[in-house]
Design a protein around this ligand. Structure first.
Ligand SMILES: Cc1ncc(COP(=O)(O)O)c(C=O)c1O
Length: 361
């Protein structure tokens, strides 16, 4: 790797920006770009040189706008492992190879655990307190004991520094612990906490061009407000979306739209935002709340009320929100375009306000 304070760095950055995504050099390039901090003068240049490539190619390197691009091409870049080398496991920083999780961990048997994913921008964790608040609620709802969250916060910030993550995510999970397989809670299981970071580029192509979606009945359980490890339905339907040449599903219960497999959904109706209320049927997204806040601050009405598939089909605009997808326009639903043509004006305005918010961290 070229040191960032070396005179070679700027030239290197320019040269690597020209690396096509389908080239074997791409993985190395992505590692390097993830290291450029947002407050560095290189950041603006990086955004300018990389944007055209993200706008032209999806992660297959194919010029096919909007399809299957939202997850930074997890299916397509098998050789690139963005996960950090140093983990935080049971109170210690360890190399990944030394993390030992028992086959008796209830997370493994039952998905008996809770988790959070934080966004890292310029080395800083975004909306930290909101994520810890949700982790507390998930733990309360599942009766899982959490480690001390003030200490966790310190350790997760340290983890980001140790792994030199500038732009990426922090994943933290707490399982109920290790015990011989039995549905009943063990009397004496000690919770198991594990965290790692990723250097994941922002999904710029999807945020620019928008994504295609398909609707499907929401067959998940009735505590979708808890962020638990039980993600099999979400995973099944994410795959269903990909199999239908879309980036995500839009769930509905008896015709009432809830959310997507890993994000919240907003529609624009009469110039106002509408999104499902934060009850047991959806995960109360941290990004969802930021978007509601910035919209209201800008004088854009944001209504939290149930809306139907019919209203979805008639929407002027639609977009999804999430920690990794930020604000991503939805440009088609079940093969029909949303609104007039491509991402809508209000969606664009909210994206700008959101970028200002993260730019001022
Ligand atoms: C089902 C579901 N809904 C919504 C969200 C968005 O939440 P956040 O904005 O906190 O990432 C997620 C994120 O993982 C999710 O899994």
């Amino acid at each position: 790797m070229i040191a960032r304070n070396s005179p070679l760095w700027a030239g290197y950055r320019y040269a690597t920006a020209m690396v096509a995504r389908n080239s074997p050099l791409w993985a190395g390039y992505e590692c390097e770009t993830a290291m450029v901090t947002r407050n560095s003068p290189l950041w603006a240049g990086l955004m300018i040189v990389t944007l055209p490539f993200d706008s032209i190619f999806d992660f297959n390197g194919k010029a096919r706008p909007g399809r299957g691009t939202m997850d930074a091409g997890m299916h397509d870049r098998k050789e690139y492992d963005p996960m950090s080398t140093i983990y935080w496991f049971q109170g210690r920083f360890l190399p990944k190879e030394e993390v030992r999780i028992s086959p008796d961990d209830r997370g493994y048997y039952f998905g008996d655990g809770v988790y959070e994913v934080f966004r890292v921008y310029g080395g800083m964790l975004f909306e930290e307190e909101a994520h810890y608040e949700r982790l507390r609620k998930s733990a309360e709802g599942t009766r899982i004991e959490l480690p001390d969250l003030a200490d966790t916060a310190t350790k997760l910030r340290e983890l980001v520094k140790l792994n030199e993550v500038a732009d990426g995510t922090v994943y933290v999970q707490v399982t109920r612990g290790e015990a011989p397989r039995n549905h009943l809670f063990p009397l004496r299981a000690a919770p198991v906490t594990m965290a790692y970071c990723t250097s994941t580029p922002r999904p710029i192509a999807a945020m620019e061009q928008g994504i295609h979606t398909v609707t499907t009945p929401d067959i998940r359980w009735l505590r979708c407000d808890l962020k638990t490890l039980n993600l099999l339905p979400n995973a099944l339907f994410k795959q269903y979306a990909l199999d239908h040449d879309a980036s995500d599903v839009i769930f509905h219960r008896d015709g009432i739209v809830t959310e997507c497999s890993a994000s919240n959904l907003f529609i624009v109706q009469g110039g106002a935002l509408v999104t499902h209320p934060a009850n047991h049927l959806i995960l109360k997204g941290v990004t969802r709340d930021v978007v509601i806040r910035i919209a209201r601050e800008a004088g854009i009405p944001a209504l939290e009320r149930p809306f139907s598939l019919h209203e979805l089909a008639q929407a002027e605009e639609a977009f999804v929100t999430g920690t990794t997808v930020e604000i991503t326009p939805v440009i088609s639903i079940d093969g029909r375009p949303v609104g007039s043509d491509g991402p809508g004006l209000l969606t664009r305005k909210l994206q700008q306000l959101f970028y200002q918010r993260i730019g001022n961290l």
